[in-house]
Ligand binder design. Sequence first.
Ligand code: DC
Length: 232
Amino acid sequence: MTDISPRKLIIAIDGPAGAGKSTIASRLARKLGYVNLESGAMYRALALKAIEWDASFEDEVALVKLAHDARVELEPTIGGNRVLLGGRDVSARIRERDVTEAASRVSVHPKVREWMVARQREMGAGGGVVMEGRDIGTKVFPDADLKIFLDADPGVRERRRLEQQHAKGPSAESMAAELRERDQRDRTRANSPLVAAPDAVIIDSSHLAEDQVLAQVEGLVQAALAKSPVEH
Ligand code: DC
């Protein structure tokens, strides 16, 4: 019997912090009935483990060992991914400032990335996924059915992040400085820096409402499905 169900796409959404990736990826996945995988949560979970085991963020060998021993699970929920580390729910903890900073540091190491990329490929191989991160379209799934690079002006991204965290005054200033520093590190690292894939559709969300971005992305999904609409 011929299977005529719609093809299950691999959708890659990359971009810097504060561009709106997580919200768009999770809303899109929900609409399509796809799984939303936040690759950044995996780097964050490893960073938390490094903090807890007192490992140096510079020690690539130790970090890879921790990664091998770590059991990181991403469970899609309506509000994003629930993240389990060794069965423990660390979803809130990994969003804290120390882990955020550490994630950007542990993710520079090629061998750490190799391990992460292999896990991410396993998770997304069957399709029906919206995976978001920094290198999904360039490295994890270079043949993704649809690649989106979601960007926004640095000032806009900072403002969004600070609003999300309800940060004000000096704490807001230092958080903004940290965001800029992290951005710079993600874009300039030697291994898989944050860059748009040549075949990615770039969406600048600086002056767009969330619903407008989602509508654009949905249009692109329909076009990708129309190219080869069914699975045989
Ligand atoms: O998306 P995020 O802010 O949760 O990501 C946390 C850190 O992980 C970010 O500073 C860069 C790194 N990261 C990465 O290097 N590659 C990815 N695919 C996802 C995240």
